[in-house]
Design a protein around this ligand. Structure first.
Ligand code: ADP
Ligand code: MG
Length: 591
């Protein structure tokens, strides 16, 4: 066998495999080129999920005849004036995208630069035609037909048209978020799928893409450290999703997927969100170009930081700070949901009967609300309600108001200056206990209380063993355990905050489960907090406990003083507030 040099077309096809793996990747490259060319308006049109046709039109700088000829050659770029790969100021820099697309598809470029003639050029099967005079009015139009016709193996890996289209839409949305001033449109099979007119602010663009719910329930993030800055929006802990799909991260305007960044988000929200829930956010990190290497991945989706610790610290502290500030704000979408649930039977029926398919948004909203707020469905002050005498007037001026009643032995109803607050006493107490635990841990350690006679908890052998392996850690948290024969442990002391209220049997079993399930990925601190959170849950006033007025008001005043008290440790709200104006609306008192 002799070594041979591969022909240029083959080299390009091989390289194309890395850059252009599906229609969305081609659109990413073409859109980034349009942005680099200074376009203010970018129109993308697809047919068959981009498989048969992709057109990207921009009103940017266009190209001269000479540039047009060079543009489709490999490693030809106008974006690296010097030879410094550490000083990258455009989205593109590798000079590969057009050559790659031309290697695997039929490419036609029409372009017109100011003060120049317009030109058209085609590349097919790796062969470039000579430019011919064209009529595109201003900027550049890229037409890509029959993607991967030249590489049938790749063609087989394409997903359904719908799946490819969805990937394109997601990709274009991602890019559009970082460039609010540019107008974007996406058309699929002649139908308009995305229409994003130019926006004055990043917030407006984010709302257009991520929805009103996000706009209403997002915290502004803005911080600077040394030469790095971070800004954007992140959802309150009460607005979350099953996947991390709605987390958009940008480094110098470039959308990236980066494990480090996702880890930071998890760490920042660890205290306020269950492990399997994810906040929504869009964060824009800006670093001097020399601080970040984007040349890690051909599609430029990954980056490498020169100082990862700085970036990590910046993101975690910014998010934590915002969460802390917002400790008292529960998600407004929750009270909207609640309001939906309060709709009287008549209007609920009306919504349904006006919508024969039964799936109009109003109905869905009401149904979702009924689902989410089942406990409130029969909201009638029952005879068992614990009513409270008039409180001192100054109580009302507190944010959470004056406690007026306890209903269903778990919900405290309080009157605030301009509304009505419903507090989930178990959730609230859990958060308070957890924050007290954390404060104790941070100062002189968690206080413990010895048991007069040890409590024996039986587990299976494996669980008992893994629990005992953590005995030192648990002891730091006030929970002292010892081996007690095979498969059992003896509890010698408990955290003083739990006292004798705790159901030790269940607490120890749950902890054993947590420890067996945990992947040991988080640091020690994260681990300790998880255990504390579990203990707080067990040690909290269970629903079902009667409280008198003083106790209820004391709970409210404590919540006001406690960080993150708007959510329980699992990210559920601890209270919701209905403004008087909303209540009046329910009764048709206002227009
Ligand atoms: P890169 O973007 O990394 O430079 P590309 O292969 O994507 O490489 O593009 C090659 C060159 O073609 C660019 O450097 C730019 O000069 C030119 N070009 C590509 N697309 C456009 C466009 N839409 N408008 C103006 N010039 C473009
Ligand atoms: Mg490019």
């Amino acid at each position: 066998m002799r070594i041979r040099y591969l022909p240029e077309t083959l080299i390009n096809q091989i390289a194309a495999g890395e850059v252009i793996e599906r229609p969305a990747a081609a659109i990413k490259e073409l859109t980034e080129n349009a942005i680099d060319a200074g376009a203010t308006k970018i129109d993308v049109a697809l047919r068959d999920g981009g498989k048969s046709l992709i057109v990207v039109e921009d009103n940017g700088a266009g190209m001269s005849r000479e540039d047009l000829i060079a543009a489709v050659d490999r490693h030809a770029t106008s974006k690296l004036p010097g030879d410094d790969l550490l000083n990258i100021t455009h989205l593109g820099f590798r000079g590969e995208a057009l050559a790659s697309i031309a290697a695997v598809a039929r490419l036609k470029i029409s372009t017109k630069a100011p003060q120049e003639e317009g030109w058209d050029l085609t590349v097919e099967g790796g062969r470039k035609s000579a430019p011919v005079p064209g009529s595109y009015p201003r900027g550049t139009r890229m037409e890509v037909r029959d993607l991967f016709y030249a590489t049938p193996a790749r063609l087989k890996f394409m997903k359904s048209e719908r799946a490819e289209f969805m990937a394109v839409k997601e990709m274009l949305s991602r890019i559009a978020m970082a460039f609010p001033a540019i107008g974007f449109r996406l058309t699929h099979d002649e139908k308009l799928a995305l229409n994003l007119p130019p926006c004055a602010s990043s917030r407006e663009r984010l709302a257009a893409i991520m929805g009103r719910d996000f706009e209403d329930n997002a915290m502004r993030i803005e911080t600077q450290r040394e030469s790095a800055s971070l800004e954007g929006y992140a959802s309150l802990p009460t607005l979350h999703r099953k996947t991390a799909q709605h987390q958009y991260l940008y480094v110098n305007g470039r959308p990236v997927k980066d494990k480090l960044l996702h880890g930071c988000i998890r760490a920042a929200y660890a205290d306020v969100l269950a492990r399997d829930r994810h906040p929504l956010l869009a964060l824009f990190l800006k670093l001097p170009p020399t601080e970040v290497d984007i040349n890690v991945h051909p599609a430029k989706a990954e980056v490498r930081f020169r100082d990862p610790a700085l970036v990590r610290g910046l993101i975690i502290s910014a998010l934590k700070h915002a969460l802390h500030e917002q400790g008292h704000v529960a998600s407004s979408s929750i009270s909207h949901f609640a309001l939906g649930a309060f709709h009287s039977g008549d209007s609920y029926f009306f919504a349904k009967s006006n919508c024969p398919q039964g799936n109009c948004p109003q109905t869905q909203m009401a149904e979702a609300a009924q689902e989410a707020y089942r406990p409130f469905a029969g909201f009638v002050p029952s005879a068992r309600a614990e009513t409270v005498p008039e409180s001192a007037p100054q109580e009302i001026s507190y944010p959470l108001g004056a406690a007026r009643a306890q209903l269903h032995e778990n919900y405290i109803i309080a009157q605030s200056a301009d509304g009505l607050v419903i507090i989930d006493q178990h959730a609230a107490h859990e958060r308070l206990t957890y924050e007290k635990f954390k404060a104790q841990l941070a100062s002189k350690g968690v206080e413990k209380q010895g048991l007069l006679s040890p409590e024996i908890v039986t587990l299976d052998e494996a669980r008992a063993e893994s629990l005992l392996a953590c005995a030192d850690t648990l002891a730091r948290l006030g929970l002292e355990i010892e081996a007690f024969g095979a498969g059992a442990v003896a509890v010698q002391s408990v955290p003083a905050l739990l006292g004798h209220k705790a159901d030790l049997q269940n607490l120890v079993r749950d902890l054993a489960d947590d420890i067996a399930d945990s992947d040991h990925a988080g640091g020690l601190e994260e681990r300790l907090h998880e255990i504390l959170s579990r203990m707080a849950c067990h040690g909290s006033v269970r629903s079902g406990r009667r409280m008198n007025a003083e106790e209820m008001n004391a709970l409210l005043r404590q919540m006001e003083k406690t960080p993150y008290s708007g959510q329980c440790n699992h990210g559920r709200p601890t209270y919701i507030e209905l403004k008087l104006s909303d209540i009046e609306k329910l009764f048709g008192r206002t227009a």
